[in-house]
Write a protein that binds this ligand. Structure first.
Ligand code: FE2
Ligand code: FE2
Length: 199
């Protein structure tokens, strides 16, 4: 949100190790162990958690494939066919996922629980940081695919850059997804999707 107060630098993605305790009161009431069997874990929450798992898995697969290219474990032509469509899919889907969260879910959740507003501002700020990362990764991905028609040294340099970008990104993505789940899932379990208006 453009009118949101600035985020404490220590709570920005890449700096924080976890969310502040005052934002995790509902998590203490509904710890992760109870989520899978809880009757209020509705279809939307299950779908949304599965999307998060898909993003974690796909990002790790992309990082591994760039590393395989760098280490000469995969043929460049084979790599191109594997990497390019998955990278495009990943960037597009993650971008769309954040837009839905920013414009539909977060406003509904903040309206339902004002004490979590600062948490959603932190998560929105994460989205801005991640968006910048996605732009940079898209450029690194294009440079890597272009380098496949150049010599081995150029390929290795581009693969090294891509692998570093993806590995660094994966760390931030894990933090963001886990924190987002720790705020949102307990709220859904406490109120139900129906009452939150996100069913
Ligand atoms: Fe998010
Ligand atoms: Fe998300």
């Amino acid at each position: 949100m453009s009118d949101a107060p600035p985020i404490d630098p220590a709570l920005r993605l890449g700096s924080r190790a976890h969310l502040p305790d005052d934002l995790l009161a509902l998590l203490r009431k509904y710890p992760r162990e109870v989520w899978p069997e809880h009757e209020n874990l509705g279809e939307l929450a299950k779908f949304w958690l599965a999307r998060h798992d898909m993003f974690r898995e796909l990002c790790a697969i992309l990082a591994k494939s760039a590393e395989d290219l760098r280490e000469g474990r995969i043929d460049p032509a084979e790599f191109r066919g594997f990497f390019a469509p998955r990278m495009r899919f990943f960037l597009h889907q993650l971008n769309g996922h954040h837009q839905i969260e920013d414009h539909a879910y977060f406003p509904a959740f903040m309206a339902a629980e004002a004490s979590l507003t600062r948490g959603f501002e932190i998560l929105e700020n994460d989205h801005e940081i991640i968006h910048g990362d996605l732009v940079r990764m898209g450029e690194a991905g294009n440079a890597l695919v272009e380098s496949l028609s150049q010599d081995r040294d150029a390929q290795m340099r581009s693969a090294e850059t891509m692998s570093g970008e993806l590995t660094g990104f994966l760390t931030g993505l894990h933090r963001h997804l886990a924190d987002e789940e720790d705020i949102i899932v307990p709220l859904i379990l406490d109120r139900t999707e129906e009452k939150l208006g996100v069913k």
